[in-house]
Design a protein around this ligand. Structure first.
Ligand code: ARG
Length: 444
């Protein structure tokens, strides 16, 4: 088995031309699309009832046999469309040769790819939901655990671990939103555009679109077969998702180091060293960080394939699937490791608190206290800076020392620089954040 167009092709050219190694995974969508197409041709009287019934039974048989493993995909076929059609004709004879009436592989592949991508988006949003759930639960459990927040990786101001983790979850919620947006735009059916210019047969495009769960047909036939915007949109959403996961992964690497000691990563998500017995390496977090480069590459590859292509279909576009599938697979794999790794990580609130107690992260609060007593902020800032440069923790300074720095200080300053009080006064809306995440989790 090799091609549908009956010509000969050189061996190396066959290898270059073949896409079945990549597109064979779309067998379900290809058969689903063909079933919808055949049902429409039959209803329109383009196919006889007998041929329509034979095609339907034949396609359903192929679907069942592929599902059960009774039929293996022949990897010498040019692509999955060729394999399904040739298998159908081998099984049911003449009627199989009528399936491709009023259709081209150009509208067929565009339809299959939209169907496949739609299913993958749904699965990915499910995986994102799991990650958000894992983060939510950890954030709820450690909503009040005081830790230092950072800017420039320098201890800056106190926050809580719950608040921190909610920031992670917010990124993922936006990622799910971007994917769902892309899903809305891709949910139109290319079938009926045929090679590029539609068909002379009296087809019913609305019928096939509805049967496949699309919102309607793609209006312009040239656009239907040449548009791969949805691949770019999905890959760019995945690139951002990967960027977010890599930022989380980086923090897990830092936090699980002895230097921070904020969390212990769970067994099964760390590896030992072949030479250093004491090591627990955060390989999974590092790989999630590292895989980001791949997904960026997939996006760049996809954009580059499309650059300058004249309308409508060009074979360059066969390269769309490798990039898209790699991006989808990589993101799904990373999410399915990230969620249990977060669910299983053990936070160490004592270490977080200890880190928050050093590094003068209450210096802003000290300045704010003076502002509350009528001192202009710039002056208050300079006073607090002077105290910080003294090197003694602000909680440990005597009132005399405070007063020597500025006469507006009194006893109240101790409550102002107390770590818990500092965090409380910030009114971090952790409860609201958790509630927003719960709404997201319910809606998915
Ligand atoms: N394997 C092809 C692809 O993925 C299917 C479309 C082939 N169309 C064509 N005119 N040769 O793009």
């Amino acid at each position: 088995m090799n091609n549908l167009w009956g010509g000969a092709i050189a061996d190396a050219a066959r290898e270059l031309n073949s896409s079945i190694a990549v597109d064979s995974r779309m067998w379900r969508e290809d058969i689903q699309g063909s079933l919808a197409h055949a049902a429409m041709l039959t209803k329109q009287g383009i196919l006889s009832e007998a041929d329509g019934a034979a095609i339907k039974a034949g396609l359903e048989g192929i679907l069942a046999d592929l599902e059960s493993g009774a039929l293996a995909i022949d990897m010498t076929a040019e692509d999955i469309h060729t394999f399904v059609e040739m298998t159908l004709t081998a099984r049911i004879g003449e009627a199989g040769k009528r399936l491709h009436t009023a259709r081209s592989r150009n509208d067929q592949v565009a339809t299959d790819l939209r169907l496949y991508t739609r299913g993958q988006i749904d699965a990915l949003v499910g995986l994102i939901r799991e990650a958000v759930a894992a983060i939510h639960d950890k954030a709820a459990a450690y909503a009040d655990a005081v830790m230092p927040g950072y800017t420039h990786l320098q201890r800056a101001q106190p926050v809580t671990f719950g608040h921190y983790l909610c920031a992670w979850a917010m990124m993922l919620v936006r990622d799910a939103g971007r994917l769902s947006d892309a899903r809305k735009r891709l949910n139109q059916c290319p079938l009926g555009a045929c090679a590029l210019a539609g068909t002379t047969f009296p087809i019913d495009r609305d019928m096939t679109a509805a049967a496949l769960g699309f919102d309607g047909p793609v209006l312009n036939s040239l656009d239907a077969v040449s548009d791969r915007d949805f691949c770019v949109e999905v890959l760019s959403a995945l690139a951002l998702l990967a960027a977010h996961m890599s930022r989380m992964a980086e923090e897990l690497v830092l936090w699980s180091s002895l230097e921070f000691g904020f969390v212990t990563l769970p067994e099964g998500f760390v590896t030992g060293s072949s030479i250093m017995p004491q090591k627990k390496n955060p390989d999974m977090a590092e790989l999630i960080r590292g895989k980001t480069g791949r997904v960026y590459g997939d996006l760049m590859g996809m954009l580059t394939v499309l650059k300058g292509l004249p309308l409508a279909y060009n074979k360059d576009m066969q390269e769309d699937k490798q990039a898209l599938f790699d991006g989808l697979d990589t993101a799904a794999l990373c999410l399915s490791v990230l969620s249990p790794m977060i669910a299983g990580m053990e936070p160490h609130p004592d270490a977080m608190r200890k880190a928050a107690g050093a590094g003068f992260i209450n210096a802003t609060d000290c300045a704010d206290y003076l502002v509350g007593r009528g001192v202009p902020f710039r002056e208050a800032y300079a006073v607090a800076a002077k105290l910080v440069h003294g090197g003694k923790p602000l909680e440990d300074l005597s009132l005399e020392e405070y007063r020597a720095a500025h006469p507006a200080f009194d006893e109240g300053v101790y409550a102002a620089v107390d770590l818990d009080a500092c965090v409380k006064r910030r009114n971090l809306p952790v409860d609201e954040e958790l509630a927003a995440l719960e709404t997201f989790l319910k809606e998915q």
